[in-house]
Design a protein around this ligand. Structure first.
Ligand code: GDP
Ligand code: CO
Length: 684
């Protein structure tokens, strides 16, 4: 697609609103690196659009629309987009909802796709919302209230449940399927241009008044014109500059990144689209206290584009209805704490003139619905679990949430050891691995640390490398999963920082007691002269940070992190061969396990890296469908991890050799530590 480049943009705090861009070419052909683009043209490659469409859910609100028109819109939604139909159509008497479901089912059957269809009055869905702490769109009758905006909010929640990154809306009363297809292309183009995770795409319709008859478009045009005028007034007063940048105050056709969608406050009825802009201005321009640091750091972008297809939809309203549409839009502007007196006065004048309100009256406040972010997603999906399969078509097809994704390749997951693998055995550097690491990240392939290092140590490294995937600590003792990482609920043992922890190992305190008892027996034997020699055991838990630093060669900060053990103890053991052997044997006999890393022994409560990898792999399968696991390590200590993955890889140790152990289909990467890592994963 080729768009006109826009020079117009208004910046308010972290919010950027771009002027309307026109489409120059809907399809710009294949990539051509030889070709220089004209300065005022922005080319968005097909591949970039394809990539976004895979992550985009299209929500189709429908209420008793002409079924032929509905079917036309379906046929226009690009194959890779996931369709969510949100219906509030009648079910009593003529069951229109059933007809919609049949049409969608047949459509999906013959186009080999899957879709979701939900009735707004499905009691199970309302119950799930209540269970998950989002009662604001549920009425006294324990059902979701009527209204397109209530449906939209549910659409946002379902898109998030499906782990989509973007959500777009398209009305189903659109007579021109080509226009609906174009909207999706606009959404995808905007998101591929966007430089922040918080972005919105709004569409300005192209009217064709001459073909369509004056009256209808004059009416619609008037409502949006008036809304835009007052929104721009508000913006002008805020930024102390005159602006007319907003042209899409009432844009029903729009899309958002889910990260943004879940943070906005929504207005009911016809106020919804205007309120989105108001919510952005209120929360993120910094004029009122900033609601979210993440957004203010990364920025928020609003794109506006004008279509080439005309917009032609069902004309339900007469002049009177049009006036009723104007009121809620202006009301949310009027009642915003951002709205200054001059804009307020102008709105009152407008509404009195057309007879919506009387002199001295204010527009009634519109009901606002809080950011969907507050909904507890694991509770929502747990509550809906029994009904889930009924919400998908074609009937009987595996639900994409609970079953492997039929369509699309397996999700790859990389499990990696740290010391000696991602980190160089002597210098601890990861630099040689960065090329492959960044490539994995750009492909959204999870990188899961699986090491003897502690939670504190791993968090540090994850932050340094911007890795946000789960991680396995202290030799498989526990798995930590970032909150909201998986959309399906799972049972976990603790919450630490922002992670849900699954504990497989023994807690540090219990482990300590067991170890003390073992040492006591061993020392007694020693005193009794059962064998000759001496034994000295130093536990990291018992010595100072300075001593750990001296022993390991780590800096003080790193030594402190290494000392924060929650499930294992590191021992430095000196003594005669017999004494050491006796001790290790006692450790094993008591159900604990030990691993020797060259200088120190790590004692754990009988867990291993392999078990943890298996548990986490199951979670990936449950949430992401088919997965293909890769494991990469350097030593005997990684054997069980490597045995638990589809593709085990061994890097070279500092002697330029590969550790010796038997594993069928083991792959040998050339290069020590991070260099081997880089080589092995370059081909993935
Ligand atoms: P207009 O196009 O802005 O005049 O508003 P419409 O009444 O045509 O509605 C826009 C879209 O929302 C259409 O696709 C309707 O079928 C749909 N719609 C209207 N009311 C509801 C509702 O209560 N729930 C849902 N889910 N959709 C609705
Ligand atoms: Co309509």
């Amino acid at each position: 697609m080729r768009l006109e480049r826009t020079r117009q943009a208004e910046h308010l705090g972290s919010v950027t609103v771009f002027g309307v861009r026109r489409v120059l070419e809907l399809d710009s052909g294949p990539k051509n690196p030889q070709l220089n683009e004209a300065a005022d043209v922005q080319k968005i490659e097909r591949e970039a659009i394809d990539e976004i469409e895979k992550k985009l859910a299209i929500v189709l609100p429908v209420k008793d629309e002409d079924l032929k028109v509905f079917e036309g819109v379906l046929s226009a939604i690009p194959h890779e987009c996931f369709i969510i139909v949100l219906s509030n159509s009648q079910r009593e008497g003529v069951d229109t909802f059933r007809a919609e479901r049949d049409i969608l089912g047949r459509f999906c059957q013959s186009t080999r796709r899957q879709a979701m269809i939900v009735h707004q009055k499905d009691p199970a869905v309302a119950k799930a919302l209540l269970d998950a702490g989002y009662p604001e769109i549920v009425g006294n009758d324990k059902l979701i209230r009527n209204g397109k905006s209530e449906g939209m909010i549910l659409g946002i929640i379902l898109a998030k449940l499906l782990a989509k990154e973007y959500v777009g809306f398209i009305d189903t009363d659109n007579y021109i399927p080509g226009a609906a297809l174009e909207y999706v292309k606009h959404y995808a183009a905007a998101f591929s241009l966007s430089k922040t995770p918080f972005s919105m795409a709004r569409i300005q319709w192209r009217y064709k008044p001459k073909i369509m008859g004056e009256l209808y478009f004059k009416k619609w045009g008037r409502v949006s014109e008036i809304t835009n005028k007052h929104l721009n007034n508000l913006l002008s007063a805020m930024g102390k500059f005159e602006t007319e940048v907003i042209k899409t105050g009432n844009a029903g056709e729009h899309a958002m990144s889910l990260a943004l969608a879940e943070r906005l406050t929504y207005g009911t009825g016809y106020a919804v689209e205007t309120q989105e802009i108001i919510s952005i201005l209120e929360q993120f321009t910094g004029i009122l206290p900033v609601a979210n640091k993440d957004v203010s750091e990364k920025g928020l972008e609003v794109y506006q584009t004008e279509t080439v297809n005309p917009h032609l939809h069902a004309d339900k309203g007469d002049e009177h209805v049009v006036l009723e549409m104007m009121m809620p839009s202006l009301s949310v502007i009027y009642h915003s704490p951002l709205c200054q007196d001059k804009t307020k006065e102008a709105i009152l004048r407008e509404l009195t003139e057309v007879g919506c309100i009387k002199h001295g009256e204010e527009p009634p406040k519109v009901r606002l619905m809080p950011p969907p972010q507050k909904l507890d997603m694991p509770k929502f999906s747990a509550s809906l679990a029994a009904e889930m399969s009924k919400l998908f078509v074609p009937e009987g097809s595996p639900s994409p949430i609970t079953q492997s994704r039929v369509i699309g390749p397996a999700q790859k997951v990389v499990f990696t050891d740290l010391d000696g693998t991602l980190l160089h055995p002597s210098t601890y550097t990861y630099a040689p691995a960065l090329d492959s690491l960044r490539r994995l990240q750009s492909l959204n392939i999870p990188i899961v640390f699986c090491s003897s290092k502690t939670r504190a140590e791993q968090i540090e490294l994850r932050q340094e490398l911007s890795i946000n995937d789960p991680f396995i600590v202290e030799n498989g003792s526990a798995i930590f999963i970032p909150k909201d990482y998986f959309h399906l609920p799972f049972s976990y043992d603790r919450i630490a920082n922002d992670y849900q922890g699954i504990e497989l190992g023994m807690g540090y305190e219990v482990l300590k007691l067991k170890l003390a008892a073992i040492l006591e027996t061993v020392r007694a034997k020693l005193l009794d002269n059962v064998w000759a020699g001496s034994l000295s055991v130093r536990a990291f838990g018992d010595i100072s940070v300075e001593d750990v630093a001296r022993e390991t060669g780590l800096g003080l900060k790193a030594a402190a992190a290494a000392k924060q053990r929650e499930y294992s103890e590191t021992l430095k053991i000196h003594g005669s061969r017999q004494a050491v052997e006796y001790l290790l044997n006692e450790v094993k006999k008591s159900g604990l396990s030990y691993a020797f890393g060259g200088r120190f022994y790590t004692i754990t409560g009988g867990n291993d890296k392999g078990k943890a990898v298996k548990v986490l792999t199951e979670l990936y399968k449950l949430n992401r469908g088919q997965v293909y696991t890769v494991g990469i390590g350097d030593s005997e200590n990684d054997a069980k991890m490597l045995a638990a993955v589809d593709r085990p890889i061994l890097v070279q140790n500092r002697e330029l050799r590969w550790a010796k152990f038997k594993l069928p289909s083991l792959n040998f990467a050339r290069g020590v530590g991070p260099e081997g890592w880089n080589n092995a994963l370059a081909s993935l």
